[in-house]
Design a protein. Structure first.
Length: 325
């Protein structure tokens, strides 16, 4: 049974600055999403239904408890600390840059603890909604990352863009416009951050041709919208699924079902296109730890074939599209 005080960590293979290693995803238990409280949750948001706290920002002692628990999980899993080259902080709320979600001191303490635990980290990614990115908060976060991880460390803000189609974003409750993304990219470029866009590969009711087209559009969108902003883009393609205990929930819309074989073919085409446009494209395996694997199995999503997982792992360690076969 997992510890109720923190979410289990998730890891996946990663190529970071030409070094092969691991990306560590740390999900902080924070207050519920403020946008959901006002406007209703996104049709595809699973974290929004989880057990967040009552609404107060995460403070230092709470953050410490979560990080210590997560570090113990990694120790029990036998993860080599020296292999962790990238850190991604995510939450069940709207933005880790929002002081109403997490106190700045708690965010900095979280980064400090993880820096001491994993001295080889070269890149840091912090999650935020695109419409909640402001220069003032970024300056302070950037200074803290530089202090802890060194002047040569790379830093990103990860935004759930989900799809290049603004109409779909709005109709599914995401509420993020193209203008929001462009303005966020501009601020990030000015403050020395990269923009990492999360996109869902199998959005609702997509047929085979529209899925492939959506992948190509996502790549073009990220390259084009960031070009004039002067920000370094990257893209992470995720495969959506609804948790087993939420499949009958009236709010959730079903993701498009995709076989492993077709998914590999689509992702290979996307990887080739991304390479031609000089965009770093990563794919999410989502099953590097037992917690994620169990959740996906319970959701009835058949994406655990060894061939599929091994292909994605190999690609993430090389960015060679030929691995996706």
């Amino acid at each position: 049974m997992s510890d109720p005080n923190h979410y289990p960590p998730s890891i996946r293979p990663a190529l970071v600055r030409r070094q092969t290693g691991v990306e560590l995803f740390v999900t902080l238990k924070t207050r519920n999403c403020s946008r959901a409280e006002k406007n209703g949750r996104c049709d595809f948001c699973g974290l929004g239904l989880l057990d967040g706290n009552s609404g107060s920002p995460l403070h230092v002692s709470e953050a410490e408890t979560q990080i210590y628990g997560m570090l113990e999980d990694l120790r029990k899993q036998g993860v080599n600390p020296q292999t962790i080259l990238k850190l991604s902080l995510i939450s069940m709320s709207d933005s880790l840059l929002n002081p109403k979600t997490i106190q700045p001191a708690a965010l900095y303490r979280t980064l400090e603890l993880l820096r001491h635990a994993f001295s080889g980290i070269l890149e840091v990614s912090i999650e935020s909604r695109a419409d909640m990115i402001e220069a003032k908060g970024l300056i302070e976060v950037g200074q803290e990352i530089t202090r802890l991880f060194g002047i040569d460390s790379r830093r990103q803000i990860a935004c759930g863009i989900e799809t290049a189609d603004e109409d779909v974003r709005l109709s599914t409750g995401k509420g993020i416009t193209n203008l929001h993304i462009y303005e966020a990219a501009t601020i990030l470029g000015q403050e020395g951050f990269g923009l990492r866009g999360y996109f869902i590969y199998n959005m609702f009711e997509h047929t085979l041709p529209t899925r492939r087209l959506a992948l190509m559009e996502a790549i073009n969108f990220m390259v084009d919208i960031t070009a004039s902003a002067g920000v370094q883009p990257s893209i992470l393609i995720l495969r959506g699924y609804v948790p087993a205990d939420k499949q009958d929930h009236p709010r959730f819309r079903k993701f498009s079902e995709v076989s492993d074989e077709i998914a590999l073919r689509d992702l290979r085409l996307a990887a080739v296109h991304a390479k031609s446009r000089r965009l770093t494209l990563e794919v999410d395996t989502t099953v590097e730890d037992q917690q994620s694997a169990s959740a996906i199995l319970e959701a009835g999503v058949n994406i655990l074939s060894p061939r599929y997982i091994n292909a994605l792992r190999a690609y993430n360690l090389s960015f060679d599209p030929n691995c996706l076969r």
